[in-house]
Each structure stands twice: as C-alpha cells, then as structure tokens.
Design a protein around this ligand. Structure first.
Ligand SMILES: [Zn+2]
Length: 370
C-alpha cells in the first residue's frame, strides 16, 4: 500500500510538473497581434467624396481585413482601434495599439487633394507610409491633413504637448521616434504597397515617408495606408463598391502574409526600390552586406529579454552587427551575420568572453531555422 501511495504521489507530482511546464510554454507563445486602425470616425469624416466619406471606406476595408486575418491566420489576433462609427483621438489609437502589444500597426486612410487642385478629378494611386521626416518633402501636406484631426479634440494642445499639426517646425520632434522599428516598417510597407498595385489594381504611388502622429507613438512596426483618392470620381466608385473594398482588404492581407513570410514575396522591382533598399544592397565597403531574405545566415545568440532593449543599452555595446528577433514573446539578441558556420564559430569564441552561454543559430528571412 505504501509503495502504491508513493508511486501514486510520484505520478501525480510528475503530472503536475508536466502541466506546469505546459502552462509555462503556453504563456510564452503570444499570438501575432495585428492592430487595425480605421482612420477617422464619428464627427470626424475625413476626406469627403460625392458618394461616400473617408471614415466609411476606411472602416469597411478595416473590418474586411480583420475578417480575412481571423479566417486565414490561426496564430494571429486582431485588435481594432475602432470597429464602428466612433471618434477616437489620434493618441487614443496609439494607446490601444501599445496596450495590446501589437506586432504590427496598420492604419487605413483614403487620400484626397485640395479642392483648388487642378488634378483633383484625375489624381489616383495607393501609397503606404512609414514614419520619416528627412524624405517627407511634399508628403508633409498629407501628414498635416491627417494629423489636423487632433484639432477636433477640446484639449489637443495638452494631449499633444503643444504640437501644432499645421506648423512644419513642430515636426522636428518626430525625428527619433520609431527608430528601432524602421526596417520592419519599411519591409511591411513595401509588401503591402506591391499588393495594392498587383491585387487591388491601384496605380503605384510608392512607399513614402511622412510624420504621422499614429506612426510616431506606436511602439511596433507601423504603416499608414492611403488606399487611393476619393476626390477622383472614377476611383471613388471603386472605393465605394463592395468588390473594390474586398480587393483592397485582400491586398493588405496578402502584404501582411508576405511580411510574415507565410507566402513567398517577389524581389522589389528596380523602379520601386526605396533609398533604404538601395543602401542595403550597396552598403559602404567596411560594412558586411546584410543577407538577402532567402539566404541562410549564422548568428551568435547571446542574450534574451522579456522586453525590447533600448539601442544604447550597455549589454549591446561593442557587439558586432547586433540584432534581435522575437520568439514566443521573448526578445532574443544576436551578433554577426555570417555566411558560413566557421565564421560564426570564430565570432562565438569572441562573444563567449562576455556571454559564456552564447551559441550559434541558423536563420533565414529573420526567422530561426533548425
Ligand atoms: Zn485620413
């Protein structure tokens, strides 16, 4: 009997331990959270058309996109900043995204030009924006118009720290934000932009940079999509149609799938390559070339953290080509970007002087493989 009780206790203890490990593993695997932000809403109509208004198009495409993700990406979770016709402040949208610890933020808008603009009835095309100031140029107009929504809030000056969306000099505060996410934001923007052209048949206005508030205050890769121009009557008919909205949502969905590596992406055609792409392809001679997305590379993993470390963190100091990837909600930090295992092993010997547990991993397209 005693033997039986001991065995019973042993088995139960073992079961509880296994259950505990299982629970811990489950707790680690966080869904891929897509925050979908339908621009405008409520008393903020956005750009006006003859058949419809911007807020309505944005919401229709956003909810279609959410449904596609829920049906097609079992490991993903959709978080909406709004799923009905309500007014949400720009900062409120960022708060929703940050609270949800989103993996990506996709803001959906519809473009327009000034009523006095001579090309108002003919302008067309989709563009996807990432945060940026240096190359903003004329895109600043688009950001100023979208950001001016904050003036609909009673206390906007306090909420936005005195920032005035209509004064160009105000935008200097935007320069440093998002720096840790810019590469992934550009990659996501490129994937969606190509799909808007190929799947939704939109004229390609290219990936652009501009200082949108919702891209500044979201702590994740973030893009703002301008679907097309509501002021062009022919385009507006497309934007107002169920078929048009389905195609636009499908295009964004495909772009996200390609960003995640769920479906293969084609190389960026030469004419659409951004300056950032070109720098990556032709780096200065002293910087080893980063690997192409489909190439296998070896890196030395030396550190993990539940939170993303600041780029100036002492633990990352003097680490050659330090990089990180997210795995099961944990940030994993790597050194090097070697084409051969032997180069990685040489680097490992160096890194182990500081991080004795470091080891070599194999990666493809930013994902660890066995
Ligand atoms: Zn808008």
């Amino acid at each position: 009997m005693l033997r039986f009780v001991s065995f019973y206790h042993f088995m139960m203890t073992l079961l509880f331990m296994l259950a505990g490990v299982g629970a811990a593993l489950c707790a680690e695997s966080k869904p891929f959270t897509v925050v979908i932000d339908a621009g405008h809403g409520g008393h903020d109509h956005g750009a006006l058309g003859k058949l419809t208004v911007e807020k309505e198009i944005n919401l229709a495409v956003a909810t279609r996109l959410g449904r596609l993700i829920s049906a097609g990406m079992p490991d993903a979770e959709v978080v909406y900043t709004r799923d009905d016709d309500t007014f949400i402040t720009l900062q409120g949208r960022c708060d929703v995204a940050n609270k949800a610890h989103g993996d990506i933020f996709v803001s959906i808008h519809t473009n327009s030009v000034d009523t006095k603009s001579p090309n108002r009835a003919t302008v067309s095309g989709a563009s996807v924006y990432t945060l940026g100031l240096q190359r903003a140029g004329t895109n600043l107009d688009v950001a100023m118009r979208e950001n001016s929504v904050m003036k609909l809030e009673d206390d906007y000056s306090t909420t936005y720290c005195g920032f005035d969306p209509q004064v160009a000099e105000s935008y200097i505060i935007f320069e440093l934000a998002q720096s840790g996410y810019i590469d992934n934001s550009i990659r996501l923007a490129g994937a969606i932009q190509r799909e808007l052209h190929e799947t939704a048949g939109r004229r390609d206005q290219g990936v652009r940079q501009a200082p949108f508030w919702v891209l500044v205050r979201t702590s994740m890769p973030a893009v703002l999509v301008e679907l097309d121009f509501i002021c062009n009557p022919e385009v507006e008919r497309f934007l107002a149609s169920a078929e048009g909205r389905d195609r636009l949502a499908k295009a964004i969905y495909n772009g996200i799938s390609k960003y995640r590596g769920l479906i293969p992406d084609k190389p960026v055609p030469e004419k659409r390559r951004t300056k950032a792409d070109k720098i990556k392809e032709n780096p200065p001679a002293h910087v080893p070339a980063p690997a192409a997305d489909d190439m296998i590379v070896y890196k030395v993993q030396f550190l993990t953290s539940p939170r993303k470390l600041a780029s100036g963190d002492a633990r990352l100091k003097n680490i050659p080509l330090s990089d990180c990837y997210r795995d099961g909600g944990i940030w994993k930090y790597t050194a090097g970007n070697c084409e051969s295992l032997s180069d990685a092993q040489k680097l490992l010997r160096e890194i182990r002087k500081r991080y004795s547990d470091a080891f070599v991993i194999k990666m493809r397209g930013g994902v660890r493989i066995n």
